[in-house]
Ligand binder design. Structure first.
Ligand SMILES: Nc1ncnc2c1ncn2[C@@H]1O[C@H](COP(=O)(O)OP(=O)(O)OP(=O)(O)O)[C@@H](O)[C@H]1O
Ligand SMILES: [Mg+2]
Ligand SMILES: [Zn+2]
Length: 454
């Protein structure tokens, strides 16, 4: 008889311990340790399969044929871009994101384009067939090659896949999947891991790509996507502020492509539409001639994107001044404020400082330092940065402006959107190859920048 043992597993990072604790020792999250029952004598499904196939799986790399069509086009350009040029056959992709951000919508739209010439199986453990049909109708998806299955038992799903061999499989939410052989409840770390493993083996053995939805959940009772990140081939995060229409799809892991490509979508009544010109979309509601704003140009993968940095600086009402940053690293903001205060005498310490990147975008590139500094100085002095200026550059601790990568692409994008002045690090000037119609000003430090702009 199987011997039962209780362990406590962190739903955020998968750390397991024989003892319960309020804070996970692995990732320092609170209230994420959940009781799970482990069957000691049961050989894990993974290892039993491995031992059977271990010899047949050895072959010389020169003998392995890749087949003709390695990737399936999803028919959604932005999704293809993030996947590295299409969905690789036999790969397992985790699509993750906050509740209600549009994961099911994106999958259903991909089903729509896939099912034009491929059989697609969409498994939902969350919605009834009727609800799925309603969504499909709203998104204009209608094909006799698209099969929906409302099932949560992962073994019967895999059985169905083996028998019917659909060409693409979508699993709507791994947290609802259940393997009857495992005692813990659906959504627990063990269940999520084992179900992912089973789907992965089924997909790989038949060369069928599987896209799995995983919820991001702050509530500790449901295992987060972190616990399966290392199992799957690619991890895509769908993010965005829920109040904005823009959604950004980002690859945080990709065994078959670059991880710094993003896809930009806009959520509307008819579902998600691709935003081919993100810069223009992000700048569309721009307020001109207002102090505290500056336009930045950051690279998102191979694409330059212009985004507006906004700051608000006002006298602090309390002893402690407040600092808030949305879309920009808080520590980086503190550093830039410290440089501005120490080297240039802007007394931010008595001020409340708020920084925001418009459109829900996150700027996590050094090139965003200079526009942030300019927005802050502009907010402090109440003098607007001229509307036709784009600033690019990293700031060092002594106030020097350091070079950044891909300067030509950034300048071209700024010129394309009608900006006439571009402030760049002086050391980048010789790398500029673009002949775009824009005045490029090279600066060595913040002093020169401020003198040039205001
Ligand atoms: N009838 C509708 N008209 C317009 N937009 C809609 C409609 N129904 C849903 N939406 C949009 O779709 C979003 C939900 O999308 P979706 O169900 O794909 O999200 P999800 O990430 O799968 O959510 P969950 O985590 O609950 O599964 C809503 O937030 C809303 O913006
Ligand atoms: Mg959903
Ligand atoms: Zn943890």
């Amino acid at each position: 008889m199987a011997k039962l043992r209780t362990t406590f597993v962190c739903s955020n990072c998968g750390y397991s311990s024989p003892k319960w604790s309020g804070q996970c020792p692995g990732c320092r999250e609170w209230n994420t340790m959940n009781e799970e029952v482990e069957e000691k004598t049961k050989v894990s499904a993974v290892s039993s399969v491995k031992s059977k196939t271990v010899f047949s799986s050895v072959s010389s790399v020169t003998e392995i044929s890749t087949g003709d069509e390695l990737r399936y086009n999803t028919g959604i350009g932005e999704l293809d871009r993030v996947l590295g040029g299409g969905l690789v056959k036999g790969s397992v992709v985790l699509l993750s994101g906050d509740p209600g951000i549009g994961k099911s919508t994106l999958l259903m739209q991909a089903c729509g384009t896939f099912s034009r010439d491929k059989t697609v199986l969409y498994v939902s453990g969350e919605e009834s067939a009727k609800q799925l049909k309603l969504r499909a109708e709203r998104l204009n998806v209608n094909s006799d090659k698209l099969f929906v299955m409302t099932e949560t038992d992962v073994e019967s799903i895999c059985e169905y896949i083996k028998v019917n061999k659909p060409e693409v499989v979508m699993i709507d939410s791994i947290q609802t999947m259940n393997n009857a052989e495992i005692q813990s409840s659906p959504g627990s770390v063990t269940q999520v891991r084992e179900c992912t493993n089973l789907l992965l083996r089924t997909g790989k053995s038949l060369d069928i790509p599987v896209i799995i939805v995983g919820h991001v959940n702050k509530d500790g009772a449901i295992a987060g996507p972190k616990v399966m990140e290392h199992i799957v081939d690619a991890v895509l995060y769908f993010e965005g502020e829920r109040n904005y229409a823009y959604r950004i799809l980002r690859a945080v892991k990709n065994r078959y492509g670059s991880t710094n490509e993003i896809g930009v979508f806009e959520m509307g009544d008819g579902g998600l539409s691709e935003v081919e010109n993100p810069s223009q979309a992000l700048l569309s509601e721009r307020n001109v001639n207002v102090s505290g704003n500056c336009i930045s140009c950051v690279m998102e993968g191979s694409r330059p994107i212009l985004a507006e940095v906004q700051s608000l600086v006002c006298t602090s009402g309390y002893g402690n001044s407040r600092r808030m940053s949305t879309g920009f690293d808080f520590n980086r903001l503190s550093l830039i404020l410290a440089v501005l205060e120490k080297r240039f005498g802007y007394r931010f310490s008595g001020m409340d400082t708020y920084l925001n990147i418009v459109g829900g975008l996150k700027l996590d590139e050094p090139a965003a330092d200079l526009p942030v500094a300019l927005a802050l100085v502009s907010g402090f002095t109440d003098k607007p940065v001229p509307d036709d200026v784009v600033a690019i550059g990293e700031i060092g601790l002594s106030g020097e402006v350091r070079s950044v990568s891909r300067i030509s692409a950034r300048i071209s994008e700024a010129a394309r959107l009608g900006f006439t002045k571009c402030i760049v690090p002086r050391s980048c000037l010789k790398q500029i190859k673009t002949k775009a119609d824009i005045e490029v000003i090279g600066v060595r430090n913040l002093h020169e920048t401020i003198a040039n702009v205001f």
